[in-house]
Design a protein around this ligand. Structure first.
Ligand code: COA
Length: 219
């Protein structure tokens, strides 16, 4: 209990009719590693800007733990990266991220996500993005959400388009030593508001607000 008192993110969760998204415990991180080890994408493609899934299997889980622990250790109210473990029923299926810098001023968030291959193409990716957008816009008072995907990542592009994001330019990145085009998307608050869901609930946010650089008045 004192862990949740001192690090209230452990009490934060979002519920949709299909999914729950929670701040991960170390046990959840271990379970996420097991999902990731089963595969996230075809090895011939690389959907991530940092190709972490290319790490050799004997070190990839350790590297992932270190990455997730770094997110915890480096959390600041003016620069945070929230990684949420996604469950469908009791089954852990993947991760949904929400990231911001100077959020209290910019009111802008970015998202990123992955699912184990066994859990893809069943609408979960769209549902978990909708859930974290609810946290951003309804819970935290965001004005804009952004997302970026490589131009060959049909699933991610479709999720953004299905949730009414619009294209916002592109950029060229170097991945695996090759040039790739990433498409940027943005979703403004008023567009989200028109399409907002009425069946998503946020729990345990209030004690976390100072961690997001907010107080009750400006959330
Ligand atoms: C991106 C990701 C989270 C989307 O989740 P998902 O559950 O697969 O997506 P959904 O089932 O909600 O599908 C969204 C749309 O994409 C389509 N789609 C999903 N995977 C696809 C694929 N491999 N090829 C073509 N279309 C695909 C779905 O059919 C659906 O289309 P529809 O709206 O016309 O029905 C998931 O595919 C994933 O983890 N991919 C690997 C990691 C990754 O790319 N992360 C994002 C980096 S930017």
């Amino acid at each position: 209990m004192s862990l949740e008192r001192d690090w209230p993110l452990f009490g934060l969760h979002i519920e949709t009719p299909r999914l729950s998204l929670r701040y991960p415990t170390d046990e959840d991180l271990d379970a996420l590693n097991a999902v990731a080890s089963q595969g996230i994408h075809d090895r011939a493609v690389m959907p991530f800007e940092i190709p972490w899934t290319d790490d050799p299997p004997e070190v990839r889980p350790r590297n992932s733990l270190q990455f997730w622990w770094a997110l915890r250790a480096n959390w600041k109210p003016h620069r945070w990266a929230l990684n949420l473990v996604v469950r469908e029923g009791e089954t852990i299926v993947g991760v949904q991220d929400l990231v911001a810098a100077e959020f209290a001023v910019t009111r802008q968030v970015a998202t990123g996500s992955w699912l184990g291959t066994a859990f893809q193409r069943r609408g979960v990716g769209t549902e978990m993005r909708a859930a974290v957008l609810h946290l951003a816009f309804e819970g935290l008072g965001a004005e804009r959400a952004t997302s970026t995907a490589f131009d060959d990542n049909i699933a991610s592009l479709k999720v953004s388009r299905a949730l009414s994001y619009v294209e916002n330019g592109d950029e060229i990145k170097s991945v695996r030593g090759r040039s790739r085009r990433a498409i940027r998307f943005r979703l403004e608050r008023q567009v989200w508001q028109r399409n907002r869901r009425g069946d998503i609930q946020i729990h345990g946010l209030e004690p976390c607000l100072p961690m997001f650089g907010l107080d009750q008045k400006n959330a």
